[in-house]
Design a protein around this ligand. Sequence first.
Ligand code: SF4
Ligand code: F3S
Length: 113
Amino acid sequence: MTFVVTDACIRCKFMDCVQVCPVEAFREGENMLVIDPNECIDCNLCLPECPADAILPDIESGATAWIELNKTYASQWPVVSRKLNQTPDDAEAFNGLAGKFEAYFSAEPGKGD
Ligand code: SF4
Ligand code: F3S
């Protein structure tokens, strides 16, 4: 099992998750994070931290569509392990919106740390 970041993270990027991960499993895209399945140790610490409820264990039905995306971009985006200033100013306006992947997904990498 691993944990995955879903489209609920897109344009929210609150970054509370990265602060609690004991193994630096998060990778940063331009407007969302993903979890590297090769690093995640399934500790469940990040899930309750996300204000957008964007993190799920891969065994949940809502996670299935995002497993491949996490795997793919985990190998392309840089490691991020600290909450710096990457959260967009308008993050709350996108919290809970439907259809964010189709409207806003970016394959560009973030800055990482
Ligand atoms: Fe990191 Fe644990 Fe979340 Fe996996 S479940 S990404 S190891 S905090
Ligand atoms: Fe994204 Fe939630 Fe982390 S919005 S950056 S998965 S705290």
